[in-house]
Ligand binder design. Structure first.
Ligand SMILES: Nc1ncnc2c1ncn2[C@@H]1O[C@H](COP(=O)(O)OP(=O)(O)O)[C@@H](O)[C@H]1O
Ligand SMILES: [Mg+2]
Length: 692
């Protein structure tokens, strides 16, 4: 039995029994030496050498290998040995009897020198960097091992694209997913010889070659990549694709420019703004704090605006209130300059803040204050936000029904909209005309009736309907004033936020139609809203309002198609707070609403971008809606393993890379791409406010 020189004996740790017979030696075992070795040994027991750990302990490492007595290096050089050993091994027929030297180190060195420096003469074909290796029992579908001479190692960094022209005339494209590793020629890296001499500070260093693992992207047929049905044959030449071809194969570009592929300065990475498969299928921008998410978002704002998107940014920390100004961050300025770019603000942004709340930029040139309309909130959402129990909810809905009927009958002063209650979806929104004050007044009247006191209706917009209202309430025979009072006090809490139905000073409910003009960037500074609940109410309301407006705009476009559909992108910062995993069960309506918006958004060109440093806190239902990802550094193993459930196509080595990405680097995995690509995100030209 013979093995080719790069074949290694079985991993000792796995099988101590054979250790003796299979000493860590690079010499092909002599047939006579190992009579007990089963004939199928070679097939079962040859993992790829360099991926395996070197000897675990020094003791193990320096364990003397059983000498093969009286041996000499045969006249053939390791080069020649390699060249011929492989085919012979494949044939697995004849054994060659090679005597081993008495002093292996010296003899091997001599032999190496005699054979010239390079034990493996590379192919003479231009551009060929290496050759495919034979398959091993542990070879896996979809990947293949490639060996390369030392001088070509630098040409095959991780994620480089390669072409393999197989001996059967098929051509394959692949990508480097492991390595490049350096392996000693003719020896295992953990051979006793190498380990011992290194330990004794006189390292014996044989020549070495490179090894990479290539994941097959597919077979190239007429420049189209198809799923491969075969594998490249052993010994097939492998060449590296240039930037132009890499661009074509990876298909990672788009008019919304994000950055450049790492290692390929001329391969731009971006999102196609007009593709229905990308932004409307939603985007996740994740990574630890300081990973570069906000910089990515700033780029998205600038590029999205250029592409004509309407953008609504929910800026939870008030980081983006200065993006209309050019950046003054020295690092960014320098990085921009090195790319031939200059700092630049995003023109014409609009800044919104909730009535009565502060903004992180008082001097913004287009600043607006907005209030919320209580009637926009679905009664179910209200019940969720107020955390009403079942009995209280039932009370609330009784009052709400009375309010609805008043609205439908035109009995609310100042509200004369024609209403068709059957058309109203209580899960989507509230009843137009029904204010928080009306609800409070009605609940107060219910309490009065239940208490058998002297109920009255004081809210001015319905006071003149008092008699009719009290009649309706009495018909319902309310009891247990206690739970009614609980509802009342919670509504009062909502009222104290002073954000519903107020038109104080400049504050107005939003007119979303104006906000969704192409190229308009709207920044909602939510930094001064304390309390997750209120912030979530605001976010939920803005989402709903945006969706309603976008659907209107999209319907108008469909009725009379213009140049292109209106496209809207909503970016939600700190998304894990809004859509936290541990709140899914307590806020099913809110989640249901977001889910609906995300699903309907696909058809009506409303994209959501979720930005979070804690992707593992994001509800899985939300992650499942996200088809495109920009993944900055994620160090937390739990977060990575969570992401792996949601993001497909990222190989192990790339996930490994994610853990150590530099600020501004990201793995971009989007629907239009052949495969995810490691990207250096462009520095931000616009000013970001530092938050602590
Ligand atoms: N694309 C980039 N290019 C260069 N440096 C970047 C890039 N993105 C981020 N950085 C650096 O990292 C810092 C933090 O980036 P930031 O976008 O605020 O991260 P995050 O929002 O994830 O906390 C920046 O101040 C900058 O120094
Ligand atoms: Mg940030």
């Amino acid at each position: 039995m013979v093995r080719s020189w790069f074949n290694a004996p079985k991993d000792k740790s796995n099988d101590a029994k054979t250790e003796e017979a299979e000493a860590p030696s690079f010499w092909p075992p002599l047939k006579a030496d190992v009579p007990e070795a089963p004939p199928s040994r070679q097939d079962d027991e040859q993992p790829e050498p360099a991926e395996r750990p070197v000897a675990a302990t020094p003791a193990e490492a320096v364990a003397p290998s059983p000498a093969r007595p009286d041996t000499t290096v045969e006249a053939r050089s390791p080069v020649a040995a390699h060249r011929t050993a492989a085919p012979v091994a494949a044939a697995a027929s004849d054994a060659i009897s090679i005597p081993a030297p008495a002093q292996p180190a010296q003899r091997l060195a001599d032999t190496g020198a005699a054979a010239g420096l390079d034990p493996w003469v590379p192919s003479t074909t231009d551009g060929v960097v290496g050759h495919t290796m034979y398959d091993l029992p542990n070879s896996e579908d979809g990947t293949i091992t490639v060996l390369l001479p030392r001088e070509h190692i630098a040409a095959t960094p991780s994620q480089a694209l390669v072409r393999i022209v197989s001996g059967d005339t098929r051509t394959y494209l692949g990508i480097v997913v492991a390595g490049p590793f350096a392996e000693p020629d003719g020896l295992r890296a953990d051979a006793g010889l190498i380990v011992t001499t290194s330990v004794r500070s006189q390292p014996f260093q044989p020549q070495y070659h490179g090894r990479i693992r290539v994941e097959l992207l597919g077979e190239e047929v007429n420049r189209v990549i198809q799923a491969p049905r075969f594998r490249p044959l052993p010994g097939s030449p492998v060449s590296v694709l240039d930037d132009e071809e890499t661009t074509r194969v990876l298909q990672v570009s788009g008019d919304i420019r994000l950055g450049r592929a790492v290692g390929h300065d001329d391969v731009p990475v971006g999102l196609p703004s007009r593709s229905k498969n990308i932004l409307p299928r939603h985007l996740g921008i994740v990574g630890t704090t300081g990973g570069g998410k906000s910089t990515t978002v700033a780029g998205l704002l600038a590029e999205g605006q250029r592409a004509g998107l309407a953008i609504v940014l929910l800026d939870v920390e008030g980081e983006y209130t200065h993006v209309h100004e050019p950046t003054t961050d020295p690092t960014m300025v320098r990085l921009l300059a090195s790319g031939g770019l200059e700092p630049a603000g995003i023109p014409g942004t609009h800044l919104y803040r909730l009535v009565g709340r502060e903004t992180t930029n008082d001097a913004h040139p287009h600043s607006h204050e907005f209030s919320l309309r209580f009637s926009d909130l679905s009664p179910y959402t209200v019940a969720e936000i107020l955390d009403l129990n079942e009995v209280q909810q039932e009370r609330y809905f009784q009052a709400y029904d009375v309010a609805k009927s008043l609205a439908a009958e035109g009995r609310i002063r100042g509200f004369n909209q024609q209403l068709d209650l059957a058309e109203l979806d209580d899960f989507e929104q509230g009843c137009p005309g029904v204010t928080l004050a009306i609800m409070r007044s009605l609940v107060g009247a219910f309490i009065g009736v239940a208490d058998k006191g002297e109920p009255s209706v004081t809210e001015p917009s319905i006071a003149d309907q008092s008699a009719s209202i009290l009649g309706r309430i009495r018909d319902r025979k309310p009891t247990s004033p206690v739970s009614w009072k609980a509802v009342q006090s919670r509504l009062a809490r909502l009222q104290r936020l002073r954000v519903f139905d107020v038109s104080r000073g400049q504050a107005q409910p939003l007119d979303l139609d104006a906000l969704l003009a192409p190229g308009r960037v709207n920044i909602f500074d939510l930094s001064d809203i304390d309390g997750t609940d209120l912030r979530n109410i605001v976010i939920a309301d803005l989402l709903r309002a945006t969706q309603t407006a976008q659907e209107r705009r999209y319907a108008a476009y469909e009725a009379a198609p213009a140049a292109g559909p209106p496209r809207t992108l909503v970016i939600i910062e700190e998304a894990h707070e809004f859509l936290a995993r541990n709140r899914v069960s307590s806020m099913p309506v809110l989640f249901g609403q977001v889910e609906r918006i995300a699903k309907r958004g696909r058809k009506r060109w409303l994209g959501l971008a979720f930005v979070t440093q804690l992707p593992q806190h994001l509800a899985p239902q939300v992650s499942a809606l996200i088809n495109n990802w920009v993944i900055h550094k994620v160090a937390d193993p739990a977060a990575i393993s969570d992401l792996r459930q949601s993001v497909s196509g990222i190989d192990d080595s790339l996930w490994q890379t994610v853990r150590g990405l530099a600020p501004g680097q990201a793995v971009v995995a989007c629907g239009h791409m052949t495969r995810p690509v490691l990207t250096a995100i462009h520095p931000a030209a616009a000013q970001l406010r530092m938050v602590d």
